[in-house]
Design a protein around this ligand. Structure first.
Ligand code: T4K
Length: 417
């Protein structure tokens, strides 16, 4: 595949799409480690007839996670969403919780589902995490916690959020769904707040098919989370609190353990792709890649491209349309923002007014494919297409104008594997 450098090579002008349907690029293709190891583990679980309920793979995974995350307690759960809910219940959260709107909707939904109202605060323009000053202003008598998100693996201003929470007698819960293997400065990301929740969804750097974990330094909280995860059972016949089925299965734990064994390979692939994108897009006016925070350790798992329309001559959705025509399914994560999704939009239609940074980011960012399914030359081809589109911005705008609508692009068909 030769890189597209001329406007007429772009698929929007009738050129052949850069990728075939079978080879199309997606944000979130799973990283898969050693399939044989995985299948052997699953075969072992089946042979032992031990399929779920705090089985040996789950326990082994929890042990591994405490080592990797450098926290004394990890509780494996069925998903990141369940992790947020089990943690919220175990922390006794109620009333209102302050959260960013610039996140996957699960962050807000997890709370709302429990009758806790997510109150959206703006993010700061550097970390893109919850702005501690904005959070402070939103505290009311009903607030029980702050829920910070390490968006795209870049740590939020967690020390300041910790201070706000301590000042106001609030809990601090952290959503680290994107931030496995990340650090704040030299400090492992899970060592902040009351608890940190990870997702091991198939699209994450480490995956368990579906899964998640609650990491904490608080022994009592961990013990409570174990009860809540298992319907509140403290013994065969004894239920001591309200609980739910938040458990991780042995098959999921087997996948997570196998995935962890290849973590270095996954990190290296992400790093390699990021470097290709960064070098290939360097100097392109109005186009920038979000970089890791100074001194922070990053997993490079979400590659966010920011388009400044007046400078680039194109807006984010122009670039998205160009890429989709090439079968490069970049994503507008997390457009249009939780505050513009239901049930939140109807409840507070004007929330956007106090979220100017959030709204600006949501209008300008798209996520590029990466991970082990994306080769260096694929990333180079993607970057070349972005460059060619921006260089020929005026022609691209004219070409797309007729077809353009405000509606979101159609969802691509799932990749065939
Ligand atoms: N907090 C934050 C900040 C989160 O981002 C998430 C989840 C959560 C909490 C909740 O954690 P979980 O409860 O999910 O563990 C995906 C994921 O479903 C979701 O886990 C993730 N964040 C979010 C960022 O992305 P979608 O709806 O965008 O995924 P989908 O189905 O469009 O898949 C993305 C791409 O990946 C597709 O183009 C195809 C590819 N793919 C996907 C899957 C599942 C594959 O190639 N194979 C696959 O098996 O939400």
């Amino acid at each position: 595949m030769s890189e597209k450098t001329r406007a007429e090579q772009l698929a929007i002008f009738g050129g052949t799409p850069a990728f075939s349907e079978a080879d199309s690029l997606h944000v979130g293709r799973p990283n898969v480690g050693d399939t044989k190891r995985l299948l052997d583990r699953i075969a072992g679980a089946i042979e032992q007839r031990r399929l779920t309920n705090d089985g040996p793979f789950v326990r082994e995974l929890e042990r591994r996670l405490t080592e990797i995350l450098d926290v004394p307690y990890c509780v494996a759960v069925g998903s990141g969403t369940l992790g947020l809910q089990v943690a919220a219940r175990s922390l006794g959260l109620q009333g209102e919780v302050i959260v960013p709107s610039l996140t996957f909707v699960a962050t807000a939904h997890a709370l709302e589902w429990m009758g806790i109202r997510p109150v959206f605060g703006d993010v700061d323009p550097d970390s893109l995490g919850l702005d501690p000053r904005a959070a402070m202003k939103l505290v009311t008598a009903r607030t029980s916690a702050i829920l910070g998100v390490h968006l795209w693996g870049r740590p939020c201003r967690v020390e300041e959020l910790q201070s706000v929470a301590a000042d106001r007698g609030l809990r601090l819960l952290l959503d680290a769904a994107h931030a496995f293997a990340c650090t704040r400065g030299a400090v492992p990301i899970a060592r902040f707040g009351d608890a940190t929740v990870f997702s091991f969804h198939a699209t994450k750097i480490v995956n368990a098919f579906e899964g998640g974990a609650i990491a904490t330094r608080d022994a009592e909280l961990a013990a409570r989370a174990r009860l809540v995860r298992n319907f509140g059972f403290a013994g065969y016949d004894e239920v001591v609190c309200l609980g739910i089925n938040g458990k991780m299965s042995e098959a999921s734990a087997a996948m997570a353990l196998t995935s962890l064994e290849s973590l270095d390979e996954f990190l290296a692939a992400n790093r390699r792709n990021y470097d290709v994108y960064r070098e290939a897009l360097a100097g392109l006016p109005g186009v920038g890649l979000l970089a890791p925070g100074t001194g922070d350790g990053w997993n490079h798992h979400y590659v966010a491209l920011e388009i400044d329309p007046p400078v680039a001559g194109l807006d984010r959705d122009h670039v998205l349309s160009v890429l989709w025509a090439e079968r490069i399914f970049a994503r507008r994560y997390f457009h249009p923002g939780c505050h513009r999704m239901e049930p939140y939009a109807s409840r507070e239609p004007d929330a956007g007014r106090r979220l100017p940074v959030t709204e600006r980011v949501l209008a300008r960012v798209l996520l590029l494919p990466t991970g082990t399914a994306v080769r260096s030359r694929d990333a180079a081809a993607v970057a070349a297409i972005v460059r060619t589109a921006v260089v020929h911005a005026s022609a691209v705008r004219t070409r797309l104008a007729a077809a353009r609508s405000d509606a979101a692009p159609e969802t691509p068909a799932p990749p065939s594997t």
